[in-house]
Design a protein around this ligand. Structure first.
Ligand SMILES: [Fe+2]
Length: 501
């Protein structure tokens, strides 16, 4: 076990270093503090004290103010640089208020006037240790809260790229690493590095070191399913550039999905077991998010495939609507984007548009696609495609978000539409958008009973119907988007050609 991993005083007696050039003081403190259960080490000079910091790792230093060579105040300065967590207590025989203030200003936790009573010394040490313990607890608690927040953030992500970004950044900052590398394992593929994060303050050589060490870790037989703390010897790399490596597996429900590797170089300390345990909160959450993202991706794919299959069946059945659903979807997307809706809402509207006439599947097309006007009963049958569409999608739960567009796309702003007769904003926005997109495309397409209308005639018609048939706000965005995308005078075929390209 390296010194860095030596358990701190919490599990053993607190370590107290006494620095005094007076042998009698050293002796008294060694004996009495030893009897009180402290682990005591005594030295006669500040220089020796600095030399033994690494080996003895004191938690408290009792230091004399006046010593030959480096004095107590100079030693305080050194300690503040090298070991800011040690608790320094100044002992002074020249007890004036000024020296005491100066010692406290230089970072002493407290001071003791010589000659002292041993119980007084013990009290000061115990009070200091208690304060340090509380401080450490606070730091740990803060770390835990930060980590928890970070894990929550990762856990909410469904996009693998975002998960990777958040994970390497959080891992880097939370572990105080100089660099982090994230590797993804996928079946029948070699491990691949998907992200790399470098601390802006890291030394230049860190990137290269990270690449070499993590490559060895991932590809040369290290067990990537367990968390490991490794150093130069473990990876057989030259000791000249020492490092400490923390490898954390990303354990998914069924398999190890990857590993995240953090690297530290001096002067930062080696990774410790306690840090690893803390960080496993983050990696476990990230692995769960990666699992979810995969499931969500599969579901999305099934969703798209199902929609496409249904759209294909519809198009195959009705030659007059060939390409119609796709174009309506394009115009609906254009409007939704123009209205500044979220990308999720835009997708939902575009998908609903692909499905909007799905209810026509149950209708006899030969009767509807005729050049004569529809009879009253034929018109009723035509109108039923909205309710039939809802009925077709209802058994497929993941298609439910598309139903409002399918069911209400023939509602009108003035309440004279069907199937329900909703008015104004009672009709879901999705359906109000689809109504404009659908009507524009229907007017500019050939039908059995009429030829396609020119673009500007259709646009005028839509404009005229704002506030009666259509939501005026939707019409406004539609017109602006049409102008922005295609200009004022392009013909429909030109536009559609540019769309196809
Ligand atoms: Fe329709």
């Amino acid at each position: 076990m390296s010194l860095d991993e030596k358990p701190s005083g919490e599990f053993g007696p607190p370590r107290v270093l006494v620095v005094d050039d007076e042998p009698s003081i050293r002796e008294v403190l060694k004996d009495f503090l030893g009897l009180e259960g402290f682990d005591v080490y005594v030295v006669s000079s500040a220089e020796t004290a600095l030399d033994c910091l690494d080996d003895f790792r004191p938690e408290v230093i009792l230091l004399d103010l006046e010593m030959p060579g480096m004095n107590g105040l100079q030693l305080l300065d050194e300690l503040a640089q090298r070991r800011p967590t040690i608790l320094p207590v100044m002992m002074t025989g020249y007890g004036t208020v000024e020296t005491a203030i100066q010692a406290m200003k230089s970072g002493a936790y407290d001071y003791i006037l010589k000659p002292f009573q041993v119980p007084e010394v013990i009290k000061v040490i115990e009070r200091g240790l208690e304060q340090r313990r509380l401080e450490a607890e606070n730091v740990q608690l803060k770390e835990l809260i930060d980590l928890y927040d970070a894990s929550e953030k990762v856990g909410e992500e469904l996009d693998p790229d975002h998960i990777y970004d958040v994970l390497v950044h959080m891992m880097g900052t939370q572990s105080q690493a100089h660099a982090v590398s994230l590797w993804r394992f996928e079946q029948n593929r070699l491990p691949a590095q998907v992200r790399r994060w470098i601390d802006p303050d890291a030394p230049d050589s860190v990137g290269e070191l990270l690449d070499e060490a993590s490559r060895i870790c991932v590809s040369e037989g290290q067990d990537t399913s367990t968390a490991l703390i490794l150093n130069n010897e473990d990876l057989k790399l030259p000791a000249a550039s020492p490092f400490s490596l923390l490898c954390m597996p990303l354990r998914g429900e069924q398999s190890v999905l990857g590993t995240v590797i953090a690297l530290r170089v001096p002067p930062r300390r080696r990774f410790r077991e306690s840090k690893r345990k803390l960080l496993s909160i983050l990696t476990d959450r990230a692995a769960a998010a990666m699992d979810n993202a995969r499931l969500y991706g599969d579901l999305q794919q099934t969703f798209k495939q199902t929609i496409q299959a249904l759209a294909n069946i519809l198009e195959d059945k009705d030659p007059y609507t060939r390409g119609h659903s796709e174009r309506v979807s394009h115009y609906a997307r254009m409007i939704a984007e123009g209205m500044g809706l979220t990308s999720e809402a835009v997708e939902r509207i575009a998908d609903s548009a692909l499905m909007h006439d799905i209810g026509k599947l149950g209708i006899r097309f030969e009767e509807l696609n005729k050049s004569d006007p529809l009879t009253a009963s034929e018109y009723e049958m035509f109108k039923s495609h909205t309710t039939r569409g809802k009925w077709i999608l209802e058994p497929i739960e993941f298609l439910h978000p598309l139903i409002p567009g399918v069911y209400y796309h023939h509602e009108r702003w003035d309440g004279r539409g069907y199937p329900v007769g909703l008015k104004g904003e009672e009709t879901p926005l999705m359906a109000r958008i689809l109504a404009v997109a659908d009507t524009y495309d229907a007017m500019t397409s050939h039908r059995a009973y009429r030829r396609a209308l020119p673009h500007d005639v259709a646009i005028r018609e839509i404009e005229n119907c704002a506030g009666t048939q259509f939501d005026p706000a939707v019409v406004e965005v539609f017109l602006a988007q049409m102008r922005a995308h295609y200009g004022d005078r392009t013909s429909r075929s030109e536009r559609w050609r540019s769309l196809a390209e």
